[in-house]
Design a protein around this ligand. Structure first.
Ligand code: TPP
Length: 638
């Protein structure tokens, strides 16, 4: 029987000895490795925080005390010891546990997270509310050194130091964002870890001076001067102290005893404190410790050798994006590739390796990245941003206020656009079309396959405009790549198939699902539909759309974005503005709701955008129309 058999809730931890706790850590690590090896997930971050999580739940009285996990990708241990160990094997699967904290899942999850750097603002507000309501519980925000680089976290620190509410911040420093952390703050944290003796000396000096009985004012003044001297001569103080948040650390994040001692101390302060806990990403599983980047958001793997299980040979859209940008940089030194802490995820890491001067990882700073790109563009460079659709939401104001109003050229590869498997509601890329479609000067494209993606990147750079190119998180279609880039004619769609019964306008790789459905409908139902690869969502091919609408009067739009305000709405608005009256339209897309955790395929099925679902929906739609015609024979079919 393992120790974990005895642990269901945090109260069970308190009955264990330190030796048992260490064994429990090892057991939990084994479970996490097992779970992630089967269905993928965040491995290295979770392995790093097992001891930290146990220490927090041992010290604090959850769920009365509130632990907020920033990003939340590191909450597997938290889930295991808060009543969810039996269901941990269902994590990230349809109907299973979410991969991030979820307030609907457990009372121990006090905040939904997924995007970085939100914990401090929430914790700060919750602490002020607690105090105003005269309640008495602890609020603990746990954020990584990566999340700390996000503007929101820094804005929060600035405010927390001013309001001075009672609040505990645990900084989990593993030197890594997804990739090695970058920037001045990261350097400062390294300094704090390396400068431990000096910082400790400073603390000791302070406490000695204050404990000398009857110490005169002048002595305190001397001590203060010594401190200032030390600070200016050899050790800058911690950034946090300067901001008004007491810094404690560094603390060994794998020593439960030491952490409990420090956390107990932290409870005593009635102002904000930050505990700098140092952990090792991937601890306990050598392949993940050796390669924390690949195991950050891991594919299923073989536990014995740490090798990822290959899911086919088709290159991902991200890979083609990175490859194309690299080839274009080789030809044009003015192209600058940009990412906000996602070099590998966006595929741009290969540009970083070959052209470090033409690449910037700005850390988790999406807003900054856009305006930085704006500056580069104004300076005559050609910025190409790689960003996930969901994280681009952070920079909507920069896109509107700073790009569209001045019409500053940029190319943005919107990765993970559309329905995203595994990560649940926080990571869906379903809003980009609706958010960008009404902005002036914006061009938006969606490639039907990886070959078209490379041409669109090439076209986008040549257009010298504000260009967004959206593509999903999935392997490409496997069509092979043309050797030479070509321009995709501006605002022109592509007819893939001709038929007289209806016309389907499809966005992105869903074109292929529609083509499959069209073949099935032709064979089984003798229904012949026209299929159009829309290519340009904005500005779209108005003439072609109107021509085909007039031909069939039965229109279907397909997009993996929200229907309300999305591409389907754009087509409907066009028909209204052109006073076209007699038509029937079926808009397929994502409904306005919180998206459940499921694979991309399951989500496509849910919204009838897999080929089978498309066949059924189109058949139903056309039958209804035939029925309508029989019942209303005098309908005006202008
Ligand atoms: C706004 C936003 N941008 C990017 C990401 C993608 N992302 C998820 S975890 C992560 C790194 C976080 O690093 P850190 O906070 O240090 O946590 P660690 O994984 O190292 O424990 C990033 C960039 C995100 N979740 N949110």
């Amino acid at each position: 029987m393992g120790i974990l058999d005895k642990v269901n809730f945090p109260s069970d931890l308190k009955k264990l000895s330190f030796q048992e706790l260490d064994r429990l850590s090892a057991e939990i690590r084994d479970i996490i490795i097992d779970v992630v090896s089967r269905s993928g997930g965040h491995l290295s971050s979770n392995l790093g925080v097992v001891d930290l999580t146990l220490s927090l739940h041992l010290t604090f009285n959850t769920p009365r005390d509130k632990i907020i996990w920033d990003v939340g990708h590191q909450s597997y241990t938290h889930k295991i010891i808060t009543g969810r160990k039996e269901s941990i094997f269902t994590i990230r699967q349809k109907g299973g546990l979410a991969g991030y904290p979820d307030i609907h899942e457990s009372e121990y999850d006090c905040l939904n997270t997924g995007h970085a750097s939100t914990s401090l603002a929430f914790a700060s507000g919750m602490a002020v509310a607690r105090d105003m309501n005269e309640k008495d519980f602890h609020i603990i925000a746990v954020l990584g050194d990566g999340a700390l680089t996000g503007g929101m976290a820094l804005e929060a620190l600035n405010h927390i130091g001013q309001v001075k509410q009672r609040l505990i911040i645990v900084l989990n420093d593993n030197k890594m964002s997804i990739s090695p952390n970058v920037g001045g703050i990261s350097k400062h944290l390294n300094y704090l870890v390396a400068g431990r003796p000096y910082i400790r000396l400073k603390e000791i000096l302070q406490s000695v001076m204050s404990s000398i009985p009857g110490i005169g004012k002048s002595m305190v003044e001397v001590a203060r001067k010594i401190e200032v001297l030390m600070r200016t001569m050899m050790v800058p103080g911690s950034l946090f102290d300067e901001l008004g948040v007491k810094y404690i650390g560094p603390i060994n994040g794998h020593n439960i005893k030491e952490m409990i001692k420090e956390f107990e101390e932290a409870k005593k302060y009635d102002f904000p404190v930050l505990l700098h806990v140092v952990t090792k990403k991937g601890k306990g599983y050598q392949p993940a410790a050796d390669n924390p980047v690949s195991f950050h958001s891991s594919a299923p793997f073989d536990i014995q050798n740490g090798k990822f299980i290959k899911l086919g040979n088709k290159p991902s859209y991200s890979k083609i994006f990175g490859q194309t940008v690299l080839e274009l940089v080789r030809k044009d030194n003015k192209i600058i590739a940009l990412t906000a802490a996602m070099p590998e995820g966006t595929g741009l890491d290969i540009v970083q390796k070959e052209f470090p001067d033409n690449f910037f990882d700005v850390s988790i700073a999406e807003q900054y990245m856009f305006d930085f790109a704006g500056g580069l563009s104004l300076g005559g460079m050609k910025p190409v941003i790689g960003i996930y659709s969901t994280f681009m939401q952070r920079a909507i104001d920069q896109i509107i206020h700073d790009f569209t109003l001045m019409d500053i050229p940029v190319v943005v590869g919107i990765d993970r656009a559309g329905l995203v498997g595994g990560d649940g509601s926080t990571h869906q890329g379903i809003y980009d079309i609706a958010l960008l479609r009404s902005l002036p000067n914006v061009v938006m494209m969606a490639p039907k396959d990886e070959n078209e993606l490379q041409h669109m990147i090439y076209t986008g750079i040549r257009l010298n405009r504000i260009v967004f190119i959206r593509y999903p998180k999935e392997p490409g279609v496997g069509v092979g790549l043309d050797k030479r880039y070509k321009e995709i004619p501006f605002a022109k769609a592509e007819i893939m198939r001709d038929g007289r019964d209806a016309v389907v306008f499809a966005v992105g790789p869903l074109v292929y699902q529609v083509m499959e459905a069209a073949e099935k409908l032709a064979k089984r139902d003798r229904i012949n539909i026209t299929v159009v690869n829309i290519r340009y969502v904005k500005p779209f091919d108005k003439e072609l759309i109107l021509k085909l609408v007039r031909k069939t009067r039965k229109i279907i739009t397909v997009e993996d974005g929200i229907k309300n305000g999305g591409f389907g709405s754009m087509v409907q608005e066009l028909l209204i503005s052109e006073s076209i009256k007699k038509y029937n339209i079926l808009s397929l897309g994502v409904s306005e709701e919180i998206i459940e955790v499921a694979s991309r395929q399951e989500l496509l099925e849910k919204y009838h955008m897999d080929s089978g679902g498309l066949v059924r929906e189109i058949r139903k739609f056309l039958k209804k129309n035939i029925l309508n015609r029989i019942l209303n024979p005098n309908i005006d079919r202008r």
